[in-house]
Design a protein around this ligand. Structure first.
Ligand code: ADP
Ligand code: MG
Length: 180
């Protein structure tokens, strides 16, 4: 992850949802988010919060059978989970560019599995169980580190805004200068 990575930390599923809802305030038509993280990391929870931030009323669940699930909101949300895609060329059939052109926001769980077919601009959201956590305690099991990496100019231009929107969950960067 580079200097433009925004780092945050949540200590409950609701915090992850709230963080995602705050990020959704910055969303623009045609945006793409790629969620990276193991099973149970909180990718679907993030989508639920992001959907709430977009004004989606319907309950967002894992799109297990249909790979793409679309929801109506202030901006529409296209939610994909590509974990079960058999081959990369199946990702070409998803019609990703058409979805992005429709004007909503697209979020892809396990999107790192289909990087070769992704467009050049997206926000990569890494969700990780805290490696420093003492897994023996229940509290530690609820900690997630969240790393947001802009890929391409579209999100790079918004790094400051992302940092501001997520200030409540910020993790101090070692050696970073908060004034720049
Ligand atoms: P994924 O889609 O990455 O497989 P889910 O969002 O379906 O993950 O599940 C995440 C699980 O982890 C849920 O059971 C949730 O309650 C739990 N959890 C505990 N702490 C957190 C946290 N800080 N952020 C997100 N999920 C958390
Ligand atoms: Mg999921």
């Amino acid at each position: 992850m580079s200097a433009s990575t925004v780092r945050a930390r949540t200590t409950s599923v609701d915090q992850t949802r709230d963080l995602a809802a705050a990020l959704a305030e910055l969303a623009r038509p045609g945006d793409l988010l790629v969620l990276v993280g193991d099973l149970g990391a909180g990718k679907t929870a993030f989508c639920q919060g992001f959907g709430r931030g977009l004004g989606v009323d319907e309950q967002i669940t894992s799109p297990t059978f249909a790979i793409v699930q679309s929801y109506t909101g202030r901006l529409d949300l296209h939610h994909l989970d590509v974990y079960r895609l058999g081959q990369l060329n199946e990702a070409l059939d998803l019609g990703l560019n058409e979805l992005l052109d429709e004007g909503g926001v697209t979020i892809i769980e396990w999107g790192d599995m289909i990087v070769p077919v992704l467009p050049p601009d997206f926000l990569e959201v890494h969700l990780d169980l805290d490696p420093d956590a003492d897994a023996a305690s229940d509290e530690a099991l609820n900690v997630r580190s969240v790393g947001l990496v802009p890929v391409g100019a579209r999100w790079s231009a918004r790094v400051r805004a992302v940092r501001t929107a997520l200030a409540a969950w910020a993790v101090d960067e070692p050696g970073s200068d908060p004034t720049c």
